[in-house]
Design a protein around this ligand. Structure first.
Ligand code: HEM
Ligand code: SF4
Length: 564
């Protein structure tokens, strides 16, 4: 994992000192709310519904055990004993006291963490594949490249005040697990015929109010020029992105307005000036960063562990967990384990201080002291020996981190919604909980197979509802909370935006609506077909018809009961 050098550490320490003084002056009445706002936002500090909210960056989702312990300590000491992992591989604290935030940042700095650029109109935390370095389908490790992007973008003076926030994701595997098609810039590592590394560059993707899938702007940018190329894109955006209208400010709107050809022409014109300039990467620079991402000291093991196979054969719950939560590893005898943060009744992505401490301990014992965060709001221990899986599972079960539901209907992505977020139109967490409670039967969940259900509390789409196989969006109707449902969205290589099935629903209807959708799927599916594939094959119509017919029948029934 990347370790700060002297330069990184000094930048972060200086920022902590500055913010300590800014907070002191604000609390002393020397700075107004308006003066303090940009200063706090530059340190990831929002003022939310109930309290401040602090968003801490986890670059490309990588954490060391010591960092996880520090997060536990912060949750316990300065918050209410828990924290929340987001879809951007960040972690949020929902209840810190403003006067404690400088101290929290100082504590974070001791373990090489910070909240810089987790908010505001700048280049945000760089995201990547949580299985980087261990996935069998990976051709190039994206982590050194994500780290180079992080170093280049941190405090880049030209991009501190962009028209709007800016998100970059990097993928290096055959399967895209970094959702690069819905990022402002998606970098897809490639090798050309000569075996040289370069990037296919996507631009102008994003969710939010106007969801758009990114378009290819360059088929292959050779690696020495990738930062200059990104710089060229950001320059065009910085110059021409709309600053007059918040809702039209993202780069996706500019790319759409100009058309990809014209946008590309302008980027190429900038690139002609920037190419071979100071942002050009050298072999030495790449090697400096890549040194931090060498493989840990794997043991030489047989491809498959006999003890592990035997345990699976004799223990059904363990086999179920292994099937859903354990993934193949590129090294013989190893596996990657997904820790589910989606136990029934828990807000998706929430984790307690005790669980964080347990995760740190388990990472040290079983996975070279490293933890990854996924954009689905789960955690990963990337390097576990197959022979340790049974023991690890038992410990994870004790910690309520072993729900065998990864990729299933109850592995819900949800934003904090109306429970915490000022911008929400409706709550998300109770909807997630109600659906989880309705579908608590594991055998049934296994039967219906992979389904991604994503919930956002408003059109900002923090919960990725557009790319959920089932998407749920909170909407406001005359001051009441309603929910619009989409189906057919997808992430990864086949990224697609879901289609609205019709008028929205009241909160209490949502588990029934999901049940109706699943019933149609079960009737129409071909053997072992996934929900999304059935939707693609038969279209929205059968789902729509059934959902509203079932709803009318329910309402009819209720009327009969009401009328005695
Ligand atoms: C509670 C504090 C939060 C606030 C105030 C907030 C605010 C926003 C806003 C205003 C946008 C729309 C930006 C735009 O389109 O220009 C947005 C988008 C987004 N946020 Fe949040 N958010 C919050 C929490 C979260 C959480 C908890 C997550 C993850 C679960 C998250 C992940 C995202 C993502 C993935 C997007 C979509 C970005 C895109 O357009 O591609 N945010 N957020
Ligand atoms: S989608 Fe809306 S409600 Fe949910 S966290 Fe984002 S801004 Fe808040």
């Amino acid at each position: 994992m990347y370790q700060y050098d002297h330069y990184d550490q000094r930048l972060v320490d200086e920022r902590v000192a500055q913010f300590r003084d800014q907070t002191r002056r604000y609390l002393a009445g020397e700075l107004s709310d308006d003066e303090f706002r940009p200063l706090r936002l530059q340190n990831g500090l929002y003022i939310q519904r109930h309290a401040p909210m602090l968003r801490v960056a986890i670059p490309y989702g990588n954490l060391r055990a010591a960092q996880v312990r520090k997060l536990a300590h912060i949750a316990r000491t300065y918050d209410r004993g828990y924290a929340h992992f987001t879809t951007r591989q960040n972690i949020q604290f929902n209840w810190p006291r403003l006067e404690d935030v400088p101290e929290i940042l100082a504590e974070l700095a001791t373990v090489q963490m910070h909240a810089i650029q987790t908010s505001g109109n700048c280049i945000r935390n760089v995201t990547s594949d949580p299985f980087a370095g261990v996935a069998g389908d990976e051709h190039t490790d994206p982590r050194p490249w994500a780290e180079l992007v992080r170093q280049w973008s941190t405090f880049h003076p030209e991009f501190a005040f962009l028209p709007r926030k800016f998100k970059i994701a990097v993928n290096g595997a055959a399967e895209d697990r970094a959702v690069i098609q819905v990022h402002d810039i998606g970098l897809d590592l490639k090798r050309n015929q000569a075996g040289d590394i370069g990037f296919r560059v996507l631009v102008g993707g994003g969710l939010g109010r106007t969801p758009i899938i990114g378009e290819e702007i360059a088929a292959f940018v050779p690696w020495p020029h990738i930062l200059s190329y990104c710089e060229a894109i950001l320059r065009v955006y910085n110059l021409h992105g709309r600053r007059d209208n918040l809702y039209k400010a993202r780069i996706k709107i500019l790319v759409k307005a100009l058309g990809i050809e014209e946008f590309r022409r302008q980027v190429e014109a900038e690139f002609a000036h920037l190419k071979d300039g100071p942002a050009t990467l050298t072999e030495a620079e790449v090697a400096r960063v890549a040194r931090h991402f060498v493989d840990p000291e794997y043991a030489t093991l047989p491809a498959s562990d006999a003890g592990y196979e035997a345990k699976k054969a004799e223990n059904k719950p363990f086999a179920a967990w292994a099937k859903r939560n354990v993934r193949a590893h590129k090294r013989p005898g190893y596996a990657s384990v997904v820790l589910s943060l989606k136990a029934t009744g828990v807000a998706p992505g929430d984790i307690t201080a005790e669980q964080l401490d347990r995760v740190a301990e388990l990472a040290e014992r079983y996975s070279f002291g490293e933890v990854r965060v996924t954009h689905e709001q789960n955690l990963v221990l990337a390097d576990v020996r197959q022979s340790d899986l049974f023991e690890l599972w038992q410990q994870l079960r004790d910690a309520r981190l072993a729900t065998p539901n990864i990729g299933l209907l109850t592995d819900i992505i949800a934003c904090p919604g109306g429970d915490f977020c000022n911008l929400a139109n409706a709550k998300s967490i109770p909807i997630a909980n109600a659906i989880q409670a309705r579908f608590d039967d594991l055998d049934y969940l296994f039967d219906i197979g992979e389904i991604e259900l994503n919930i956002s509390g408003c059109m900002n789409a923090c919960g990725h509802h557009h790319v959920g196989h089932i998407g749920v969006l909170g909407v406001d109707k005359n001051g009441e909370e309603w929910y619009q449902v989409t189906i057919g969205g997808d992430q990864g290589n086949h990224t697609a935006l879901g289609k609205v099935i019709g008028p929205s629903f009241a909160a209490h209807e949502m588990p029934d609506v999901v049940e109706s959708l699943i019933a149609v799927f079960v009737e129409l599916r071909h053997a072992d077909e996934r929900f999304i594939d059935t939707v693609r094959r038969v279209g929205v119509e059968p789902f729509k018809t059934r959902v509203y017919a079932d709803r009318a029948a329910r309402q009819d029934q209720q009327r009969k009961v009401a009328n005695g």
